[in-house]
Design a protein. Sequence first.
Length: 591
Amino acid sequence: MRLNKIYSLLLILSFALSSCEELMEPRDDNHATFERVLRDADFAEGLLITAYTKLPTNGLSYNEVATDDAVSNVKLNSYRRMATGQWSALSNPVNQWDNCNSGILYCNHFLSIVDTVTWKWSNAEISKLMTQRFTGEAYALRAILKYYLLVTTGGVGENGELLGIPIYDKFIETEAEFNTPRSSFEESIASIYADLDKALTFLTVDDYKDISNLAAIPAGFSWVKDYSSYNTVFGNVAIQRISGRIVKAFKARVALLAASPAFNLTNDLTLWEDAANYAGASLNSIGGISGLDPVGQKWYLSTYVDAIKITSGGADQKEILWRRPRGVSNSRESANFPPSLFGSGNVNPTQNLVDAFPMANGYPITDASSTYNPVTPYANRDPRFALYIAYNGCTMKGQKINTGIGGGVNAKDSIATSTRTGYYLRKLLREDVNMDPKATTTKNHYEIHMRYTELFLIYAEAANEAWGPDGTGTVSSFKARDVISAIRKRAGIKQPDVYLATITTKEAMRELIRNERRIELCFEDFRFWDLRRWNADLTETAKGVNINKAGDTFNYVEVETRDYNNEYMHYGPLPQNEVLKFNALIQNKGW
C-alpha cells in the first residue's frame, strides 16, 4: 500500500525548504507547510474536505453492467471484463483500498489538529462551534469510509476466519505502521459504530437550518450568546454536510451489512433487529410510512431537480436524505442516450431486469394471474418499467425508439454504440438535455449518497428477517408489509394490492422485498453488492431480446455470461501488491 504517498509531496517540500534554509535567505518564502495548516483555517478544513472527496458515492460507477441487470456496449469496460472472468486481486475495478484508506488518514490527521486550530480569530464563539461541527463530521466520514472499505474487502480469509479491515484510528507516518493485520469482521463493525456514535456527540442536531432568535437555539447550545453565530456554523450554510440525521440513518446501512447472510454466518436475528431498529428510528422522525415521498421514484427528473433551492434555506426533495450537487453537465446523457439522440448507449438493461418488473396489477409476469401477454410484453406493466428503461416502441425526447430489425442505429447490435440487449437506460437521465452537436445543452444533476427509499427498504428487509412480514419490534409500529405496500402503491400498482395479500411467509416476503429493492434502486450501484451480501447466485447469464421488424415476434437470447465463482466471489479481494508488501495482511479465501 502506498498510502504514505498522500503526504509525500508536502514532506518532500518541507525537507527541501529546511535544506534551503541553511543555504539561502530569506527563510520565510510563503511556501505551504504543515505549520500553515495549523494557523490557516482554510488549509486545515481542506483536510476534511479532501476526505469528503473520497466518498465512493460522489459519482455513479454503473457496476450493474457486471451483474444480471445490465451489460455494457464498451468492449474494454472494466466491469464487463470483471464479469466475464477477469476479476482478480491484480485487476479489481471495485477496489476502494487506497481511496478509502487515504480518506481515513485525512480524517485522522484532521482530528489530530482540529482542537488546535483557531477557526475564527475574530469570534471565539464561532470558532468553538466550528470545532464541534468539524469534529463530528470527521468521525462520521471516517466511519463511512471504513464501511465502504469493509464492503469491498470484508470476507472469509485464507485462515478460515471472517475478517474485516485494518483499523487505522490515528495519523500514520511510517510504512511500518501500515503493516497492520485485519481486524475481525465483528471488530470492524464495532469500530464503525464507535465512530458514528462519537460523531453524534458532536453533531447533536438532526438538521442544519437557520434560526431567527436566541430562544430558538437547540438543546445543547445554551452557551451560545449570539444566534447569528449558530447560523454561521449550524445554519443553512452547512446543508448537505454530514448531520446527525445522516449519521443515524447510516447506522442502518452498516447494520444491514452486518446482518446479511454473507457476513451473519449464524443468522443471528439480533443483528436483523438492530438494522430494523436503526432504520425504524430514522423513519419515525419523518412520520414513518406517511413520510414516504409520493414521487420519490422520480427524484432525478428535471421537475424535481430544478426545484431544489436549499442553499438559500429552501426545501430539498423529500426523497433525498443526503446528496451532493454535481452541477451542470450532460456527461450522463452523452454516455447513455440512444445513438439516434447522439448518445453512446453505454448501459444496456437486460431482459432479466425487464422480467423483474411486475404487471400493473402487481403480479409477477410468471404468475397465471398476471395477465401478461407475450405478444405485447411491455403493455400494462408496473409504471416504473417505462420510467426506468427505454424499450422497443417507446418514445424518448419526442422520438420513437425502435430496437428491433429496421430500427436504424438504435436497433440491437446495429453499430458500436447500439444496445446489445434491446434496451437502453432511461433512469437517471434528463431528457431535456440536448446532445445534438449543433445545439448541445447542459442541465443540473445531483449525486445521491442516500435516499429515504433505501432506508425504507432496509427496514423492510431487516424487519421481515427479524419478525416476519407482519411483526414489529419496540422501536417502530409499522411492518415490512406496510413498507412494501406503500412503495408499490406509490409506483402505480393497482389497488388493492391483491398479490401482496397472498404473501404470508417470511421466505415469500424476502423474495418480494429483494425484487422491490432491485427495481427501486436499479442503476444506483446496489445490485453488485446486494447479490454478494445475500450469497445469491452470481452467474445468471445476462439476456436480451431480438425483435422482428413488425415488432410482434420476440426471441429471447443470451447476451453475456457471468463468469464468477460462487464459492468465494461473494467477497472481494485485497489488492495483491498490498498482501505481498505487508505480511500482516491475510488475503480473502480463493483470491
